[in-house]
Design a protein around this ligand. Structure first.
Ligand code: WQD
Length: 346
């Protein structure tokens, strides 16, 4: 079995990707310093897979500790790099923390890829590199515009670092995956998005529905869209996870046409905030307590993907519907409540 190092393997997308990689025949080790990831995610992954997955509790900004993983695992053939801070408002408040963490970790990993001749690398990027694009649906040829946040800028810089490294190392193959809005949870409801105080729409919805929040706000309904609320491209985290497996197979099988390629990972459907809320209410049977509030600084009006390139070249497609995104997110929230009740009874 080919061994893959997944960084950020105890995080939301990293955890779901480990499940997909192992179920597709890869051997996986994880590195996660647990500053944002959780041991609960790690335990959930092992429960779903029915076997242990080793996690190195290492800060990838420490070059020596990072290298020690590669010395101990000379059979690593590929790296899937998720580990990064990803809160837009936090990056605005603390830009240097974001540049230090998101860039240093990437450089250390690429240094190890060079030293230990790792030739396959998947980089977790984001649709936020497009900024407020007017070319919709957006495809990979769209020009990158001024990012809305330091977080988004670290993704633009990260992509450029990968591209420069690939230019100097013809045997090194990197795929840059630009996620749109990952939502939902594993169908088992054993793993999902773990955020105590989420800012993202779907966990805010499920926390409001379950009663963790009294109400939620729709950040503006006076945008130039079909119902006045912002448009986004929501994609199930399981579809995102499978795209990483497909991206690795793409370069491992030598099907890539260049050694640095970029792919949009979106459903291709633009959905408004209000439409998503109504989809949730329909699937869950819960009436959501929301009010219309002011616009949120930094929000783009609408962004959704042209995903034709990934579907054509990565042998990948969207398997989960919007209703399944809402259903799995809701069942995960309900499972978290049951687990919390069990803990409080012990
Ligand atoms: C979606 C829509 C909000 C909360 C972010 C990152 C992006 C990517 C995905 C990592 C917006 C509205 C939200 C609420 C609301 N992350 N909203 N009330 O901002 O599109 O993207 O997550 O790759 O980089 O920027 O996601 O879920 O925060 O917001 O009305 O309580 O929901 O205004 O229109 P966003 P989001």
């Amino acid at each position: 079995m080919k061994k893959i190092l997944v960084t950020g393997g105890c995080g939301y997308i990293g955890g779901h990707t480990i499940v997909d990689l192992v179920e597709n025949g890869f051997e996986v080790i994880s590195v996660d310093d647990l500053s944002r990831g959780s041991l609960r995610m790690h335990a959930g992954i092992e429960k779903i897979l029915g076997k242990p997955v080793k996690n190195y509790k290492v800060n990838l900004c420490d070059a020596d500790d990072t290298e020690a993983i590669f010395i101990e695992n000379p059979d690593i053939v590929g790296i899937v790099h998720f580990a990064a801070y990803k809160s837009v408002p936090e990056s605005v408040a603390a830009p240097l923390r974001y540049y230090r963490n998101n860039i240093d970790s990437l450089v250390n990993l690429l240094q190890c890829a060079e030293t230990y001749k790792i030739e396959h690398f998947v980089f977790s990027s984001s649709c936020s590199v497009y900024g407020n694009t007017t070319k919709l649906p957006v495809d990979e040829t769209a020009p990158l515009s001024e990012p809305e946040s330091p977080y988004a800028r670290t993704k633009q810089i990260g992509e450029a670092i990968c591209a420069d490294f690939a230019r100097q190392h013809p045997n090194f193959n990197v795929t840059l995956l630009r996620y749109f809005n990952p939502v939902g949870a594993h169908p088992s409801a054993i793993i999902g998005e773990l955020q105590e105080k989420p800012e993202n729409l779907v966990p805010v919805i499920t926390q409001t529905a379950i009663g963790k929040r009294q109400e939620m706000q729709v950040f503006g309904n006076d945008y130039p869209t079909r119902d006045g609320s912002c448009v986004r491209d929501y994609i199930h985290v399981m579809d995102i996870a499978n795209a990483h497996t497909k991206a690795l197979l793409y370069t491992l099988d030598g099907n890539n046409t260049s050694n640095c390629e970029v792919f949009n990972l979106g459903s291709g459907d633009g959905v408004t905030v209000l439409e998503l809320i109504h989809a949730f209410e329909k699937v869950s049977g819960e009436k959501l307590n929301y009010v219309i509030g002011p616009r949120r600084a930094g929000d783009v009006v609408q962004v959704y993907a042209n995903n034709a390139k990934a579907r054509a070249l990565l042998d990948w497609d969207i398997k989960y519907t919007l209703d399944q995104m809402m259903d799995t997110a809701w069942r995960w929230e309900q499972n978290m409540k049951r687990e919390a009740a069990k803990v409080s009874m012990n």
